[in-house]
Design a protein around this ligand. Structure first.
Ligand SMILES: *Cc1c(COP(=O)(O)O)cnc(C)c1O
Length: 440
C-alpha cells in the first residue's frame, strides 16, 4: 500500500530498513494487551472474574512470545480499510476516517470556503458541533425551523431564509430519521449552495435509495460512544462525491502533508487546501488511530443487524404508545425512507394530555427513565448572545421549534435495551400520561 492510499503520515515514508524508523516510538506489549482486554470487559463483582483474567493473562503471555508487535498505530492499514468499506457501503466516491465528526465538518466547511459574513442555514435544533466551525470563523448561522413530525430541518423554511449570502445548508438527520432531502438539494442547485449532511446519528439510514451522508456535496457520521455505531469512544467519517474536494481529504486531515511533492532534500512538501473559490486554507490535525478504525470495522459488520434491532424496538414503542390518546408516535419507515432509529422521538399533544413535555419528562425521570433532551434550540445558548445573536428575534422566526421543544418532544433510548427495559419504558410513558390527564 502506498502512502497516498493510506492517507500517509511520515513515519513509513522511509521504506524497509535494517534499523527501522518506527523504533522511535514506544511499543505496546503483552501486559498492555491484558489491560486492554480488562478495560473492554471490566469486573462486575462476579467472583469468577479474577480467575478468568488470570487465565487470559497467561494465554496472552504465550501469544506475546510468538506474536509480533503493532508498530503502525495511526493512519495505517485499518484506517485505509475503514475508508474502503465506507466507500462501498455508502456508495460514496471519497471517504475519510477521522478523530471525530466535528473535525470532519471543519474540513468540509473549510473546503467550501466558509468565512466571515457567509450565511449557513441549519435546523434550530441540533448539537453545538454542527455550528462550531462557522461560528469560530465569524460566519453567520441562520436557523431554520423544524418539521413538527420529525424535528428535522423544514425545507419550506429553508427556502424562505436563503439570501445571496447563503453558502451552505446543513440538514441534520436527528435521531437517524432522514431529512426530506430532495427539496433541499433542489434549492441548493438553484442557488449554487453547498449541502453538508450532519448524519451523526444516521449511519446506515437511507433516503430514496441513497444512504444518508452520501446525498449532499459532503456528509458524514460521528462514531462517538453515544452514537448508534462507534469506534472506541471517538471517531468520524467524512464523505463526498466531489472531485474538487475529496482528493484533498488526506491532506486536510493531517496538516497538509503532501507526499506527491517534495521540497529539496526532504521527504514531502506541505500544501494548503484549495477551497471552492481557489483560495488557500490551512489544514489542522484530525488523524485517527488504527484502534479506532478497528472499532468501526468490527461494529460495521453488525450495522444492519443493529438497525434491525432498533427498528423492532421502535415499532414496539409505537404499538404500545399508539393506544393512548394524546401520545404522538414516531414516523414509521416507508418504502423510500429508513431511519437508523438511533433515538425514539416521543411527542405529546399538550392539550389532550393536560400538561407539557417538561412535566412529562419529570415524571419519567421519577419512574427511572432516561430522557435525552439535549437537542435544544441552539439560539438559546450563552455563546450565541455573546456573539451578538438576538435569541428572541430568532425564536420568533422558529415557532415550531419553540412549540415542540418547550411543550411536545423528548428522546428516549431504544437499544441495546433489554425486552424487559423496553416494556417498562413503554408502560411508564403510558402511566405518566394517564397521571397527567388525571391532573396528578
Ligand atoms: C454527536 C454529534 C455531532 C458531533 O460528533 P463528534 O464525533 O462528537 O464530533 C455532530 N452533530 C450531531 C447532531 C451530533 O449528535
Amino acid at each position: 500500500m502506498s502512502e497516498k492510499e493510506s492517507g500517509g503520515d511520515f513515519r513509513y515514508a522511509v521504506g524497509e530498513s535494517k534499523v527501522p524508523w518506527h523504533a522511535v516510538g514506544e511499543f505496546y506489549d503483552g501486559k498492555d494487551a491484558v489491560e486492554m482486554v480488562k478495560f473492554l470487559l471490566p469486573a462486575t463483582g462476579d467472583p469468577a472474574y479474577a480467575a478468568q483474567t488470570e487465565k487470559v493473562a497467561e494465554e496472552i503471555k504465550k501469544l506475546a512470545e510468538v506474536g509480533g508487535k503493532a508498530t503502525k498505530l495511526t493512519l495505517g492499514r485499518k484506517v485505509a480499510e475503514a475508508e474502503q468499506i465506507s466507500r462501498s457501503y455508502f456508495g460514496s466516491k471519497y471517504a475519510c476516517f477521522l478523530d471525530n465528526w466535528t473535525g470532519g465538518m471543519e474540513i468540509a466547511y473549510k473546503l467550501a470556503g466558509i468565512g466571515p459574513g457567509d450565511e449557513i442555514i441549519m435546523p434550530a435544533i441540533t448539537f453545538i458541533a454542527t455550528m462550531a466551525y462557522p461560528l469560530s470563523v465569524g460566519a453567520k448561522i441562520v436557523f431554520a425551523d423544524v418539521d413538527p413530525e420529525t424535528i428535522n430541518l423544514d425545507p419550506a423554511d429553508v427556502a424562505r431564509k436563503i439570501t445571496p449570502k447563503t453558502k451552505m445548508i446543513v440538514p441534520v438527520h436527528l435521531g437517524g430519521c432522514p431529512v426530506d432531502m430532495d427539496p433541499i438539494m433542489e434549492l441548493a442547485a438553484k442557488h449554487d449552495i453547498i449541502v453538508m449532511e450532519d448524519a451523526a446519528h444516521g449511519m446506515g439510514g437511507a433516503y430514496k435509495g441513497k444512504k444518508l451522508g452520501a446525498i449532499g456535496h459532503f456528509g458524514g457520521f460521528s462514531l462517538h460512544e453515544v452514537k448508534n455505531i462507534n469506534s472506541f469512544g471517538e471517531g468520524g467519517i467524512l464523505l463526498s462525491n466531489e472531485d474538487w474536494a475529496g482528493p484533498q481529504f488526506p491532506g486536510a486531515r493531517f496538516l497538509g502533508l503532501d507526499f506527491s511533492r517534495k521540497i529539496k532534500d526532504w521527504l514531502y512538501d506541505i500544501s494548503p487546501l484549495t477551497d471552492r473559490y481557489g483560495k488557500p486554507q490551512v489544514a489542522l490535525n484530525h488523524s485517527a488511530t488504527e484502534i479506532q478504525a478497528l472499532g468501526l470495522l468490527l461494529q460495521m459488520q453488525r450495522l444492519d443487524q443493529i438497525i434491525a434491532m432498533r427498528k423492532a424496538a421502535a415499532e414496539y414503542m409505537n404499538s404500545v404508545l399508539s393506544q393512548e390518546d394524546g401520545i404522538l408516535v414516531e414516523k414509521a419507515d416507508t418504502a423510500e425512507t429508513y431511519s437508523t432509529h438511533h433515538l425514539y422521538l416521543l411527542r405529546i399533544d399538550p392539550e389532550k394530555v393536560g400538561g407539557n413535555i417538561q412535566q412529562l419528562s419529570k415524571k419519567l425521570a421519577e419512574k427511572g427513565l432516561t430522557n435525552i433532551t439535549h437537542f435544544g434550540p441552539m439560539y438559546r445558548f450563552k455563546i450565541m448572545k455573546d456573539l451578538g445573536y438576538d435569541e428572541n428575534a430568532i425564536a420568533a422566526t422558529c415557532p415550531v421549534t419553540e412549540k415542540m421543544f418547550y411543550h411536545s418532544y423528548t428522546h428516549l433510548p431504544l437499544y441495546p435495551l433489554t425486552r424487559e427495559q423496553l416494556e417498562y419504558q413503554a408502560q411508564a410513558v403510558v402511566e405518566a400520561v394517564r397521571e397527567m390527564k388525571q391532573g396528578k
